[in-house]
Structures are given as structure tokens and as C-alpha cells.
Design a protein around this ligand. Structure first.
Ligand SMILES: [Fe+2]
Length: 261
């Protein structure tokens, strides 16, 4: 595999990604907010930018688009014509082929109505924006909880060995929420410490494996009887949700609780 992913930290806790071929030096940028470190990296590796990809319209994912587009004269692939600079509109089930890498577009409304994610089957890569986070999911700003749950369930159909790169470094906070507020897991302090150390050592918790999240992410397990039982049995949830509750009722319960955490 000659595809590399460079993680570029942006703003407070955003991630922009540079996806490039070490052979041809062709590159794509996903969700740029602050152009300066992106230009630095492109220059340091002599990369040839082929386009800018955008997952959704929020400014922390788009505010760097125009400056980069104007300077390097590239196309902007986004799901919404209102995103400034958009040249190519993307929609669900579309394939976009950049030769060195090919993406399938999956529409995942909920966080915003225009949200899309980029999946590369050959390399098993998913850029999930603000739909799926490590141990969490995005807040539901524009869609309904039903719509968001449906979007997350679509992502569950992707292969277990998919490496996921998401839009924010929320991993530790998400994990803390699960351990302190949602379910009982053995050795919670040990898990917290290990995760803290891992993020510090690597500088980021990206990427993470989708298969692991299918087992442990609460938002991907709202229909799983074993996971539901764990939530019902957790002392802080006593009397607040029953194990007979439906998948969407569990999703609503967990999302509301996470919003307040
Ligand atoms: Fe967002």
C-alpha cells in the first residue's frame, strides 16, 4: 500500500487529513480549517494537490477551503452547493475516482442534513467526519435521532478492518462518559489511563478500527441485547430505561445523556 494519511490538527480539537500516494505524490485534503500547516506539509513532501474533500458544511471543517482552492487551483468536492468553493457536488452511492484512490460516498444525515462520509474499499479507509467518533457519535443538530441512528447503522455494514479517521479528538471524553455514566466495564481506571497514555504518545487516537467500535461504541449497539442489559444494570441508570426499550429509545437515552455530560 502506498497510501499515507497525515493527520493535521486544526483549531481546538479538529482533524484535517492529507491523503496521499507516496509513489505519485498526488494528494487530497479533507476538511481543512487552517491552511498554514497544510501548505507546510504539502511543501515538505512535494505533494501535488488533486482536490479538497468536505464532509459537511460546519465552518470548523470548511473555513480553509477557499484559501487553499484559490492558491492551488483545485476542485472542491462537497455535499452542499452552499459550501463556498464547491465545484463538484457529491451524493449518496456516488463513486469518486482520483486514480491513486477511489472513494464511495455514503450519505449520513443527522449531525447535519448534508453530511457525507468517504469510504475507500480497497484500502479499507473511512473518513467519518462528525458522524462517527471513537466511542461516540456527532451531536444531532439538523436531523432527527431516527435519521442519525439510520446513518450510523449504515456504517456498521462496512468491513470490520476499516480504519476510521473522524473529525474531532473526542475519544477520551467519550470513553469517560461510557465508563462514568453508562455501563460497568472492568478496570475502568486502567482503561482510562491506557487511553490517556496512548493519545499522549501518538498525539491522536486516530485511526481506530470499525470492528472494535461495532463491539464497544454505545451508539452502534443500541439494538444489542447484551449491551442494553449493561446500560440497564448500571446503577446511575436505575429506573430510567428498561431492557425492553427499542433501539431508538436506547439511542435517544444515550445521546441525551451524552449531551449533558
Ligand atoms: Fe460538525
Amino acid at each position: 500500500m502506498d497510501i499515507e494519511i497525515k493527520i493535521i490538527k486544526q483549531l481546538t480539537d479538529n482533524y484535517c487529513y492529507i491523503i496521499y500516494s507516496t509513489q505519485t505524490k498526488e494528494a487530497l485534503i479533507l476538511d481543512p480549517a487552517e491552511p498554514s500547516p497544510i501548505f507546510d506539509y504539502l511543501n515538505s513532501k512535494n505533494l501535488l494537490l488533486k482536490g479538497i474533500l468536505v464532509t459537511h458544511h460546519h465552518s470548523d471543517h470548511t473555513q480553509g477551503v477557499l484559501e487553499i482552492k484559490n492558491k492551488l487551483n483545485v476542485n472542491v468536492y462537497s455535499p452542499n452547493s452552499k459550501i463556498e468553493g464547491t465545484t463538484n457536488l457529491l451524493e449518496d452511492k456516488q463513486t469518486v475516482d482520483f486514480e491513486f484512490i477511489k472513494f464511495e460516498i455514503i450519505s449520513t444525515p443527522g449531525h447535519t442534513l448534508d453530511h457525507i462520509v468517504f469510504f475507500c474499499n480497497k484500502e479499507k479507509l473511512l473518513f467519518s467526519g462528525d458522524t462517527l467518533f471513537y466511542y461516540g457519535c456527532g451531536r444531532v443538530f439538523e436531523g432527527t435521532y431516527e435519521i442519525m441512528l439510520k446513518s450510523l447503522n449504515k456504517l456498521k455494514l462496512l468491513p470490520d478492518d476499516t480504519k476510521v479517521y473522524c473529525g474531532h479528538e473526542y475519544s477520551y471524553k467519550n470513553l469517560e462518559f461510557i465508563l462514568d455514566e453508562l455501563v460497568y466495564w472492568k478496570d475502568r481506571e486502567g482503561i482510562k489511563q491506557k487511553t490517556r497514555e496512548l493519545i499522549k504518545k501518538r498525539g491522536s487516537s486516530m485511526p481506530f478500527k470499525l470492528g472494535h467500535q461495532k463491539d464497544w461504541n454505545p451508539f452502534l449497539n443500541c439494538g444489542d441485547s447484551h449491551y442494553k442489559q449493561g446500560i440497564v444494570d448500571f446503577p446511575k441508570n436505575e429506573g430510567k430505561i428498561s431492557k425492553e426499550a427499542s433501539e431508538i429509545e436506547f439511542f435517544t437515552f444515550i445521546r441525551d445523556k451524552r449531551n449533558e455530560f
